[in-house]
Design a protein around this ligand. Structure first.
Ligand code: BTN
Length: 230
């Protein structure tokens, strides 16, 4: 069961690193959370600024699915469902940024080690200052005016996660697509005016231009231009 064991820390370098360094002592399904992180990690080697008042946690899972996109779909749809319980209509910016009103509210860093998957999630809960990220990022406080307890969002995530684990892959895919922030959006791609027309079941992005299309993997594209939805 997910979240049967939850380890709480005041401070860690990074919850993902903690899980990776204690794999032999942690049961699958364990969650590690910290009030703040000193060296929070984002995707593509970026820093994840981790001030107290926000939510940082990592979930340890056995690697049951070959395709990494399975984990991407699961983590992002569960997060969207959990946020809905707090009144937020969130969307998924491919592959796994969680957006509200065109601004990023949460990020997911999925890492693999020794037959395990580590699902790391950072969610802006009470953040009000976004420094240089201003207008590209938002928080639950910013969107709703309420200072929720970060742990209440974690508990909503755990509940939704246990519900979704038994669902078929196709159900998850349909949920992921239904909440996609990117499908139908126009982008510039290799000098072409292109449209994102599909995300395949294996997690490739289909980009159409002129009378052709390309399939691109999540490691090969950042959709930086797709912020500030109206
Ligand atoms: C992203 O770049 O969007 C992914 C951000 C992931 C941040 C979370 S916070 C909890 C976990 N521990 C980390 O060091 N990173 C992830």
């Amino acid at each position: 069961m997910i979240g049967q064991d939850i380890l709480f820390f005041n401070s860690l370098d990074s919850t993902n690193e903690y899980v990776k360094n204690h794999l032999d002592k942690l049961e699958p399904g364990t969650i590690v959370t910290a009030k703040r992180q000193i060296a929070g990690k984002g995707r593509r080697g970026k820093e994840w600024i981790s001030n107290e008042g926000n939510l940082f946690f990592s979930l340890l899972l056995e690697r049951d699915y070959d395709c990494n996109f399975s984990y991407v779909m699961r983590a992002s749809t569960v997060l969207v469902q959990a946020l809905a319980e707090f009144g937020l209509e969130a969307k998924i910016k491919y592959p796994n940024d969680i957006m509200v009103r065109g601004r990023k509210i949460a990020g997911i860093l999925i890492e693999a080690k020794k037959g395990f998957m580590i699902i790391g999630i950072g969610l802006n809960v009470r953040e009000e200052q976004f420094e240089t990220l201003e207008a590209k990022a938002t928080s639950i406080k910013f969107e709703t005016g309420y200072n929720f307890d970060p742990l209440d969002i974690l508990y909503a995530f755990v509940k939704n996660c246990n519900d979704i684990m038994h669902k078929e892959e196709e159900h998850l895919y349909q949920q992921y697509i239904a909440h996609s922030y990117v499908i139908g959006k126009e982008i510039k791609f290799q000098g072409h005016k292109a449209t994102i027309t599909k995300i395949t079941r294996k997690g490739l992005l289909q980009i159409s231009f002129d009378d052709t299309f390309r399939l691109v993997s999540m490691d090969d594209i950042t959709l930086e231009e797709l912020y500030y939805d109206k």
